[in-house]
Design a protein around this ligand. Sequence first.
Ligand code: GLN
Length: 555
Amino acid sequence: MTGHQKDNTRYIFVTGGVISSLGKGIASASLGRLMISHGLDVAMLKLDPYINVDPGTMNPYQHGEVYVTDDGAETDLDLGHYERFTDRPTSKLSNATTGMVYGAVIEKERRGDYLGGTVQVIPHITDEIKSRVRKLASASGADVVIVEIGGTVGDIEGQPFLEAIRQFALDVGRNRCAYLHLTLVPYIPGAGELKTKPTQHSVRELRAIGIQPDVLICRTDRALTDSTRHKIALFTNVVPEAVVEAADTDNIYEIPLHFRRQNLDGLILERLGLPAGEADLGAWEEMLERGRNLTGEVDIAVVGKYTGLRDSYKSIIEALTHGGLASGVKVNIAWVESTDLESEGGGEKYLGEAGGILVPGGFGERGIEGKVNAARYAREHNIPYFGICLGLQVAAIEAARAAGLAEAYSVEFDVDCPHPVICLMDEQKKVTRMGGTMRLGAYPCVLTPGSRAAQAYGVGEVSERHRHRYELNTEYAEVLAEGGLVVTGASPDGLLPEVVEVPEHPWFVAVQFHPELKSRPLAPHPLFAAFVAAAYATGGRAFSPSERSASKIPS
Ligand code: GLN
C-alpha cells in the first residue's frame, strides 16, 4: 500500500558507495545519537540485500557476529551499533533482508492476495520493503526513523531497496526524507592528493536511479581540503557544507562529536524541517572524558575461533571496553586461537600473562579442547574467568573432568558421549530446520543471593538474551559441584541453569546467555564491569604495553 501517511515521522536513508566496510552502521548509529541529542525519539532499521532470511545460518567469516534482539530476532551486527549508540532496544522490526521480503511476497501470492495479477519487483517487492519501514515507524512512534541500506550502490541485489527508498519520498513527501550517502575519498600517495572520482561515480549511480543525496559523508584518512570539498560538491550537486568528513578514529564513540562539529545534525534537521536547537551531548561527552582518563590497564585474553575476524566478536569487544570505562581501566584484548591452547604448554604460553580470560560463544567441535584448557588454566591459576554461552559449556566440561569424569563432553560434538554434561534442550529435540530455531531472545534469570553474579548485578532477577541449542545437564549438578562449579542463576522455574561460578576463586563466572549484547557505553554491563575490575584487581597480571611480551600474547 502506498499513499501519504497521516503521521509526521521523518525518515533518514543512509546508503553507501565505492566499497563496503566504510562504517555505514557506525555512521548511522552516530546520527541516531545526534538526533537523540536534540530530544528526538529515534528508531533504526537495517535493510540487508542478501537472500538469507537472516544471518543466523551464516558463518561468522561471511557475516561477523549475529546480533540477537530481546524478541529473539537473529540480526545484522549493525543493530548492535544502533543499540550502543542510541541506547534504545531494537527488535524484529529493525532488520529486513531480501529473503524476508521475497518470503512475505511469495507467501501472499500463494495465499491468493494477488489473484489475477503478475507479481513483480515494482511494485510488489518495493511495496513490501516500504511497508517494513512504515511498520517500524508506527510501532515505535519515533520522531525519526533512520534506515540504513546494506551493501553499496550498484550491487544488483540492492536495487529494489534503493528503488523503494526513492519511492518513499513520493509517498510521504520529499520534505520528510533526508538521503545520506557514505563514500570513500582515498589518498593516492603517487599523486599526493585525495581523489574524488570514486565519490563522483557513486553519486552519479545514485542519481541515475533518482536519488539526489542531501549529504555526503566522506571516509578519508586525512582532512578534506576546501578545494576537495568544493570539487565533490560541484560534481555531485550537494552543497559544500553538506560534504562531511569522516576521518579515521581510534574511538568510534567520538564520531557523533566529529559529525556535530561539522553541523551534520543541523543540516539534517533543516532538511527535515525540524527545529535545530542546541544538542545535548552532556552524558556522551562525560563518557568520552572518562575514556580519556583511564588510570590503569589490563590484558584480557579472548579465546576464540574466529579471532582473525574481529567482526565475529564485535559486541564482546565493545562490552569489554565499556567494562573498562566502568572500572577506569583500559582493556587490551589479546586474541588467542583456541587451537593454540591444545598443544603442550599452550596455556602458559598464551594465557600466562593475561589479567583475565574470556571464552565467548561459539559453535562446532574445532578448537573445543583449547577452550576447555582455557577454563582449566583460569581455574587452576586463579585468573578471573568469564565464560559466555559456549564459554559456560566448556567450563562445565572442565569441572566434570576435574571431578573424575574424563569423558565428560557435549552432545553437540558427540551425540553418544558417555557423560553428556551439556545436552540438547528438550524443546530442541524435535527441531529439524536450522534457521531461527535456537533458544533465542530474552529470558528471565533468578540469581542466588550473595553469588558473584548477584553482587555484580545488584538485583535478584535479570533478563538476558540467548542464542543456543544446548544446555547444562542438571543431572550432573553434583559432579560439577565436586569439580568446584556451582549453579548460581537459573530460569525462574529452576529448570534451566543460566549462571555457574567457582566460589573458591577470585572471579570465575560463566553464563549461558549473551550479556555482551546489552552492554552500552552509557550503561556498561555489570558482569563485564565486574570481570574487568576483578582482572585488574588480581594485580601483578596487569601489564603496561611495554612490559607485555609480544611473543607470548599474539596481537
Ligand atoms: N554451540 C552452543 C549451543 O548451541 C553454544 C552456542 C553459543 O555459544 N552461542 O548451545
